[in-house]
Design a protein around this ligand. Sequence first.
Ligand code: PLP
Length: 377
Amino acid sequence: MASALLPVYDQLGIEPVEGDGVRLTTADGRTLVDFYGGHAVALLGYRHPRLLAALAGQAHALFFQSNAVPLAVRERAARRLADFAPAGLDRVFLVNSGAEANENALRVALRTTGRDAVVALEGAFHGRTAAAGAVTWRARWYGFPRTPFEVRFVPREDADALARALADRDVAGVILEPVQGVAGAVALSDGYLATARSLTAAHDTLLIFDEVQCGMGRSGCPFVAHAAGVTPDLLTTAKGLAGGFPAGALLLSDSIAAGIGVGDLGTTFGGGPLACALIEATVEALADDGLLANVRARAEQIRAACAVGPVEAVTGRGLLVGLRTTRPARDVQEELLARGFLVGTSADPRVVRLLPPLVITAGDVAALAGALAELPS
Ligand code: PLP
């Protein structure tokens, strides 16, 4: 029967039907080690007992209520997340996706400063809605005829270009991914992030970190902001935030929050009880289960062991990894799939992207390195 779905995704030839830990079982009975986690969403892998218990418990107690009523589970999720975030980002607005979190971050920056331009980086990916698409590099606005505000793109790591873009003092915000994910796991240096912090502060421009892909423990710290020692004015996160349930969040400081009142932001599903129960459980697991130490150890192991076969360099930060390949990344992806490893690609045709669940083990990494070593270089 013909599919009723729009054919907008290029799809891999596997159909996962079950997941357990970092292993997927496909409809035709194969087992795959998941080094991609559904674009970084399966942060804790599959069938994580904390997530199953939180989801079942909350579904049984109260499936949904909107932001028109207070919910204890929403308060707890927001508090947990704020405590997990860098000090100074103590207020939370809960939404459903990365694009929605960025849309609201940009809205808040434009309204707070009263300015009408935004600076973004070449290579950036921030989502497909109007504002998020506008700050996405070469997105052609994702089908919209024009951007909703003026956008200036500057090259990565170029402090002079950033200073020039801010010189007219008309820039509301600078938005950047501390590790560009879709671009191919390109980590910005701590020095550049610190410069972006001081330049934006000097121009009364707000600094927005999009940690939708690189946040939630993936860097080996709660957020890259911690790892780099740079605190932005606004921080967005999503993807693994609720371990696989749709959820996004905008984190901001008390002083910016002071300018936001009833009716200024809104969403129907954001902050729903199921998402909140899963956000709470996810942050608890990250804090309690020693997962950040595992991220750091596995990241080091990948860097030491995976520059073999067709891989000429390893990029990224923590478990947002780019394997730069001598041959098309698509071919390497297919060859690894045939050997039982699911990996991703990126906008760079020579970068295989790894975004494994943070529970990936040393044995899994060693097995991937072994498979890579067997591939033609
Ligand atoms: N920001 C970054 C850094 C992303 O990687 C993505 C998705 O890949 C988004 C924003 C958009 O998130 P979503 O697809 O949940 O809207």
